[in-house]
Structures are given as C-alpha cells and as structure tokens.
Ligand binder design. Structure first.
Ligand code: ADP
Ligand code: MG
Length: 733
C-alpha cells in the first residue's frame, strides 16, 4: 500500500524521543516536528521539568515497567500541573477505558479555595496516581454490587498524559487503569498491560534459549490499528433516527451507482474531506498520535487512516483518541463520522486491521524473517508459536471480535470470514512445508518485477501477493488481524492475542528447555528446535490457508475436512469465552481471573442484546411513524388519480393495478411491523437465551421488515419519502 519507512525507533515516538523526518510540513505553516506531541507530557517535557534523579526514576518505570515510587509522584504531579496550566488547562481527569468500549473521564478543577477568599492550584502525587471516580453505572458484569461501587483509577505511567482541547477549555488527561475496590479489572487497559507482561516473560525464555537475550530486559507487543470509517453530511444524519440511535441505517434501498465501478477506492480525496483529514491529523499530531496514511476506501463515502505502530498499550490508547478525534473534527466540518462496522447494507463495511508483532526493548522485531529465513530458527520458532496459538485458541480469538455490529461484516462477502485461518504467503508456506518434511534448506526469493519500460525502475517483488480475504495474515514482518471491528476498542482483541501467544510461547519454551538441558551445543539446539517445529507444523498446519477466504468451497473444507471452528455470529461466539479452557487460559497467565473473564462474557452478551433491541425498536418505530404514513399518502395520491382519471373518462386499469399493488405492499408492511413488535415484546430473563431469541426471531423480523420498506422506497414519490436515501448520503462532495 505504501513504503515502509519505520524503524524500531518509531516505537518511542509518543515519548518524543525518536527522530522525525524534517521534511513534513503542514499546510498551516506549522512544521510537524514542532507541533508533534505538543500536547503530551512526554519524555522531552519531563527531561526539561523534572529534577534529574526523579526523571531517571520515572523513566525506569516507563521503560522497564517498574512500579512507580510514591515518593516521586508528588514531584511529577507538580511539574505536570504547572505544564498543564501553562498550556491553558483548568481541569484534570483520570482517563480510562471502561467495558462500554469507549473512554470515560470525570473532570476535577486544579483550583482549591485557599480559605482566605482566593484560590490555589493544587495537584498532588496521590491525585495523579489514584482516583476514585465512583462510576458505579459502568457495566461490571456482576463484578461489583452497586452498594460497594467503589472503583479506582490508577495512573498507567507507560502512557503519557495529554491535553484534551474541547469547547474552548483544556483538560489534562491522565491515562489510567480502572479497577474495583477489590482489585478486579473493570476496564480494557488492565488486562492488556497484564497480557503484555505475560508475553514479555514467555518471549524472554525463548530468547534465552537462542542466546539472544543479552541486554534485553523486556519484550513488547507492538500494534498499529488501521481505522476505516464513513463520512456523511451531518444534515442527513439528523434526519435518520436509525443513524442517530444505532449509528447504522436500518433501511435504505441500494442506489443505482454504489461501488461497482470501484472508482472511489484510492481515488482523489474530495476537498471537503481533505480539509477534515488535515485538521484531524493536526490534532492527532499534537496528541502525539503518529498518523501516517490517509486514503479513500472501497465503498463510496468510506475512508481510512493508519498510524505508525507503537507499543501495544500506547497504540490502544491512541486508537481511542483517533476515534474520538475523527468524530469531533468531522462535526466541525458539517460531517458525521460513522465508525459502525456496517452502516449501509449492500456496500462494504468498515474494519480495523490490527497489525501486531513482538519486539525487544533493544528494537529487534521478533517477527522479522530477514534474508535466508530458513536459517533463522528463532524467527521460525516465534512464527510456529503464533500458528499454534491461532489454531488452538481460534475460538476465543474469534470471540474477541464478536459484536452485534461485526456480525453484519464477518462472513459476509467483503470481510474476512468468521473462520480463523492464517495467511502466510508463498515464501513462508514453502519454508513451513520444508520444516514439515524435516529440515528447511532454502528461502524462496521474490525477484524483480520488470515493468517493461526503461524509464521505470525495476521494483523488488514480494514473494507473495496480498491476500485481503484472510482474517489473520502475515504481512512481511508482522501479523495483521483483520477481523477486528471498526468501532471496537482494540485493547481487547490485542489482549486476547497476547494471551494466546504467551501460552504458546510458554509451551514451546517448556518443551525446548526440557529437551535441551543445560548448555546444549549449537548442533543440539538446531536439532531439537527443528524437531519441535516439525511437530508443531504437523499438528497445526490445518489453520494455514492461502486461498480465497470468501470462497464457499473454503468454508466447507474448513468445517468438514479441517474441522476448524466456524462461529458464525456473536451468539455462537461469545459463550466460548466462559469455557473452562479459556477461563483457565486467562487465569494461568494472570490476565483475567475467573470472575473477570465471566463478567466480560456477560457484559458482551448483554451489550449484544441491548444493542439489537434498540435497533429493533427503532426499526419498528420508524416503519410505523415514518414509512407507513408516507406509503398511505402515496396510496391516497394514486387513489385520487384513479378518481380524477375516471371522472375524465380515461382508462384507469394500469393506475388501478398500481393501487392494488400499493395496497398489498401496505398490508405486508403493517403485518411485518406487527411481527417485529411482537418479537420485541417477548420477555426472556436469561441473557443467553435472550440473545438466541434476538438472533433467531428479532433480527429476522427486522430483515423481513426491511425488505418491504426498501421496496416502498423505490416506489414512493421522492417528495413523500421521509428519509435521506443512500444516494443522498453516500455521494459526499
Ligand atoms: P500495509 O497495510 O500496506 O501492510 P504497512 O506495512 O505500512 O501497510 O503497515 C500497516 C500498519 O502496520 C501500520 O499501522 C504500521 O505502523 C503497522 N506495522 C508495521 N510494522 C509493524 C510492527 N512491527 N508491529 C506492529 N505494527 C506494525
Ligand atoms: Mg493493512
């Protein structure tokens, strides 16, 4: 898609340490290098403002995930407050990611009365390190009874505080974890950090085996999430109750021109959209979010933004800021940014590709195959561990992206299927086959692509083409998990991915340590590793699939021959989280205890139910109060025309046919509204049973209602139709 210019240094971008290219200049005249991270309390600011010893100690906490010393918290807090106030801040907030999938904040002013009629500004180390937002109304899946609703936020020093500018005010935001009084994780951040510890511990064991752990104190997960989104004119948004309530259209006939010409994809970006993008990027730069790529996506009105990767927890925080910023800035441009996975039926939905790898704190990407990959046993070990993880834990990986929204996308003919499989490409597949038959001996070379003109450079060709249909693809030096939903908080799928890979690395390290004993020779190391990799490939190669993931034949093969799980929708997928295997998995690696896992399953099922019920009620209401009256008006007009024509002695047979047909459509419409309302009225206490009812009865009733509404849309006079159409909304200029 675009050149890779990243270096491991970019990992530290958000802390302001990496060198930025000097050439980027924004059309406002600000140089990016001057404004990048300007609103972040980053390493550079800390170096300037903290006493040397405090600075050193806080850096140790940040870089090596060492616990924060309460002694220095007061000093850091005071410096942070001064910096924030100098930048116009009046308030501070602990910023956290509750399980709603959004972010939460509760603002407190820096000011305290001084008892003499004036006010002082105050911000202590304890106010920085810990907060108690109460926040008893966030979903906890039974983890907290309201009467003991204490929730604490705890500063995550590895993610730098930043300034949020909104409504003319400035607020200092302190990224935090959100836990209950008893230490139970109530957010996405806490388990993510725990899963990163798990990866680090297990990956270090592998490095020790290969003798490459020297100087490495931590292995980090790296992540970069590409965000797809739609833009529509805001005036349309306010006229669509479905968009307002559900962020997706529940009705809407396909326009004559949608994406069949494929002329939007990578096309010239409309002026108005560019203005929005430039402003969003400027805000994100100030927040230290390294956004890099922008382009039109496949569907009309659809766009994409991609950042440069960072350590996973930072990337996940930044991803939340990306979503918030896009929404906020769009509004200023009279646009609505829609992050829903499937806002419009019949055209592509939006995803969020989670690019993921592991890297040492010395900057070595552990998934970089390098030249002569077949000799790079350490890489192959990490690769096979990931393959094993995805095969063994496909169920929970699938569940990590399950939502009512994503159900419209996964498995439909545009997004990766709900079957978890891995795309490796030709070069690695070839090596994997060599491993299977004993010992890898060669690495396939891509060669040069001759463009047939002496003017054009010969470009090096990758050994494999891209495969856009795979849910989990190896793309050069990282994996790309493509099943993630566009509106989803990426922290959760990242947590699951980290955990399953940590488990796999643990297994591999344990096997190798057992067979190798103390101080093995190089020859023995090679032989033992090859033996284990061969075993892993034999056992888990069924999950590797390089073909077309949209092909029906693949679905049959995956299920029937390879016995891969196909959890088609959220109702099937979510309950696997609570299985004994998965509860034990999260527990073993200290990511989630039993109740934390079960509460998450509960929250997601409940969210599914609530979300679809809101849609169903909105659909019924819109059909009854907007569509039906329009249809009746249209019918009246035809009836009037029949009467008038008869009076004028004109042949009315075709008008009468039209009237009859309209009458039938209205009868059908009313029947289907009734059916949906009836399905909506069923009371089911158990949330799991309720989700089955919703999937099997409510969603189907909504779909059949939609059919007749969309039919009416194409037959009712434009001036009588009460809703903006797809044609109106999707042609953004
Ligand atoms: P493409 O989608 O064409 O492969 P890139 O190679 O530029 O595009 O990468 C897409 C995303 O993957 C970017 O967000 C990029 O920062 C991220 N990425 C690249 N390398 C890594 C890595 N080692 N770990 C995590 N993410 C990465
Ligand atoms: Mg990509």
């Amino acid at each position: 898609m675009h050149a890779r210019t990243e270096s491991p240094n970019d990992l530290h971008l958000a802390n302001g340490t990496a060198h930025r290219p000097e050439t980027l200049r924004m059309n406002t005249g600000d140089s990016v290098t001057q404004t990048f991270g300007a609103d972040v309390f980053n390493e550079r600011v800390m170096r300037q403002r903290l006493p040397k010893d405090v600075y050193k100690r806080i850096q140790r906490t940040i870089k090596h995930a060492e616990p924060l010393d309460p002694e220095i918290a007061d000093v850091v807090a005071a410096a942070m407050k001064d910096w924030a106030i100098e930048h116009g801040a009046t308030h501070y907030t602990h910023w956290f990611q509750p399980l709603t999938g959004t972010t939460a904040e509760k603002h407190d002013a820096f000011l305290v009365p001084d008892g003499a009629g004036g006010a002082l500004s105050e911000f202590t180390g304890s106010a920085l390190a810990q907060g108690e937002p109460d926040a008893s109304s966030f979903p906890s899946g039974g983890l907290r009874a309201t009467f003991e609703a204490r929730g604490y936020t705890a500063w995550d020093p590895t993610s730098p505080p930043f300034l949020n500018r909104a409504g003319g005010g400035v607020t200092l935001c302190i990224p935090t974890a959100f836990v209950s009084w008893t230490g139970v994780a109530l957010d996405h951040k806490t388990p993510l950090l725990r899963s990163m510890d798990a990866i680090s511990e297990q990956a270090l064991r592998i490095l020790k085996i290969f003798g490459t752990a020297h100087g490495v104190s931590r292995v980090m997960c790296t992540a970069g999430a590409e965000q797809e989104y739609f833009l529509i004119d805001r005036s349309f948004y306010f006229k669509r109750p479905d968009l307002l309530a559900c962020d997706r259209t529940l009705f809407g006939a396909k326009p004559p021109k949608h994406q069949q010409l494929e002329d939007h994809y990578f096309g010239a970006i409309p002026q108005r959209v560019i203005a929005f993008m430039v402003e969003s990027e400027r805000e994100l730069y100030r927040l230290g979010v390294p956004v890099k790529t922008r382009h039109n996506e496949v569907a009309p009105g659809q766009f994409e933004l991609a950042p440069i990767f960072e350590t996973a927890n930072l990337a996940c925080d930044h991803q939340m800021l990306v979503m918030e910023t896009l929404k906020k800035v769009a509004n200023r441009h009279g646009l609505q940014c829609i992050l829903h996975e499937k806002p419009f039926a019949g055209i592509n939905g939006s995803g969020k590709h989670l690019n993921w790898s592991m890297s040492t704190d010395t900057g070595v990407n552990l998934l970089d195959p390098r030249d002569d990959t077949h000799t790079n046993m350490q890489f192959l070990t990490f690769l096979c561990a990931v393959i094993r993880a995805v095969d063994l834990h496909a169920d929970v990986l699938r569940a990590s992206v399950a939502s009512a929204n994503n159900d419209h996308r996964l498995g439909a003919n545009e997004a990766p299927p709900a079957i978890m499989s891995i795309f490796l490409g030709d070069m690695l597949t070839d090596i994997i086959e060599q491993i299977e038959s004993g010992s890898p001996k060669s690495t396939m070379k891509g060669g040069k692509l001759d463009l047939g003109s002496r003017m054009l450079p010969q470009i090096p060709r990758h050994t494999g083409d891209r495969n856009r249909t795979s849910p989990f693809a190896f793309t050069g030096n990282k994996f790309e998990f493509r099943a993630v939903g566009s509106s989803q908080a990426v922290a959760w799928p990242a947590t699951v991915l980290n955990t399953i890979v940590a488990e796999s690395l643990d297994f591999v390290a344990t096997e190798l340590e057992k067979s190798l004993g103390k101080n093995p020779s190089e020859a023995k190391l090679q032989q033992v590793v090859k033996g284990l990799l061969q075993k892993l490939v034999k056992q888990h190669k069924r999950v590797i699939f390089n073909g077309d993931g949209y092909d029906k034949a693949w679905h049959t093969e995956a299920e029937k021959k390879r016995k891969l799980p196909n959890l088609r929708n959220s109702v099937d997928a979510l309950p696997v989280m609570g299985s004994k295997k998965n509860v034990d998995l999260f527990k073993k690696y200290g990511v989630l205890n039993k109740e934390e896992t079960e509460s998450r399953e509960h929250i997601y099922v409940e969210k599914y139910n609530k979300q679809v019920m809101i849609e169903a009620e909105t659909a019924a209401l819109m059909a009854r109060t907007l569509v039906l009256p329009a249809a009746i008006r249209q019918q009246t007009e035809i009836a009037t025309a029949v009467g008038a024509s008869e009076a004028a002695d004109i042949d009315v047979s075709s008008l009468r046919d039209e009237l009859d047909e309209f009458n039938d459509l209205i009868t059908t419409l009313r029947a289907r509204i009734g059916k949906l309302e009836k399905a909506n009225d069923v009371e089911v206490a158990d949330e799991h049973k309720k989700s089955v009812h919703i999937r099997d009865n409510v969603l189907t009733a909504m779909l059949s209602l939609r059919e007749v509404v969309d039919e009416l849309e194409t037959r009712i006079s434009h001036d009588l139709w009460p809703l903006p159409t797809y044609r109106d909304m999707l042609s953004i200029r």
